[in-house]
Design a protein around this ligand. Structure first.
Ligand SMILES: C[S@@+](CC[C@H](N)C(=O)[O-])C[C@H]1O[C@@H](n2cnc3c(N)ncnc32)[C@H](O)[C@@H]1O
Length: 215
């Protein structure tokens, strides 16, 4: 749905940190810690939002490039990075979307993204970009909410509310089949765990997290 004034993006940047904060306090912080703690070497984060992944980067990350296209989220990110920088070798903030990454081929050891493929307008293109910037053997660490794979009623509900959901949540589709998108991309999907987002709206409750590797 079109939003010529960017109003929903501005509002989203205000309410998202508070609403998702409930899930973080209810256990999602530990899920992120387990996933993001696997990052190594030169690392790229896509669509970093207000920065909920930042505290979890380990010292094994030599250089962290944090990206985000929304100027409203970027303001949160800048504040988070300055207030509590992660214990990585160095970090920088770059304003960009995931479909056209301003980075060289084979230039990252790790790419991370959490709850981003729901929103990216062209997710297949973004996955191709991830495969391009990762070195061969480099790892993509992902955490996403998805269309329910096993609850037909919930999946039908996610389909039914998709259009208003994308407006209220700044482009977020509640019903993407993200596991299939990754499986269909140039990356090799090597592990997926199905779970749920604690204390969340049913529309975004089913999740997947895992690892895909660049060939
Ligand atoms: C649901 S929020 C997730 C934020 C954060 N990654 C987290 O884990 O909480 C989705 C994020 O994707 C960003 N985004 C929107 N379009 C994007 C694009 N084309 N490429 C990368 N990120 C995008 C949004 O600005 C927003 O910050």
């Amino acid at each position: 749905m079109r939003d010529p004034w960017g109003l929903n993006e501005r509002m989203f940047a205000k309410w998202y940190p508070k609403v998702v904060g409930l899930s973080e306090d209810a256990g999602q912080r530990e899920t992120r810690a387990e996933l993001i703690g696997q990052a190594r070497g030169r690392t790229l984060e896509l669509g970093a939002g207000n920065g909920y992944n930042l505290p979890h980067y380990p010292a094994a990350v030599t250089e962290l490039v944090v990206t985000e296209p929304s100027p409203h989220m970027l303001a949160h990110l800048r504040a988070a990075l300055q207030a509590d920088p992660p214990p990585v070798g160095s970090w920088e903030l770059v304003r960009t979307g995931a479909e056209e990454l301003p980075f060289d081929d084979d230039s990252f050891d790790t790419v991370t993204a959490a709850f981003v493929h729901c929103t990216i307008p062209r997710p297949r293109l973004a996955l191709r970009e991830i495969a391009r910037v990762l070195r061969p053997g480099g790892r993509y660490l992902f955490l996403e909410h998805v269309r329910s794979p096993d609850n037909r009623l919930l999946a039908a509900f996610q389909d039914a509310i998709a259009i208003p959901h994308t407006y209220i949540a700044a482009g977020c589709h509640p019903n993407r089949r993200i596991e299939a998108l990754i499986a269909d991309s140039p990356l090799d999907l090597v592990g997926v765990t199905h779970g749920h987002m604690p204390r969340s709206f049913p529309s975004v409750r089913p999740t997947i997290r895992g690892v895909a590797v660049a060939g």
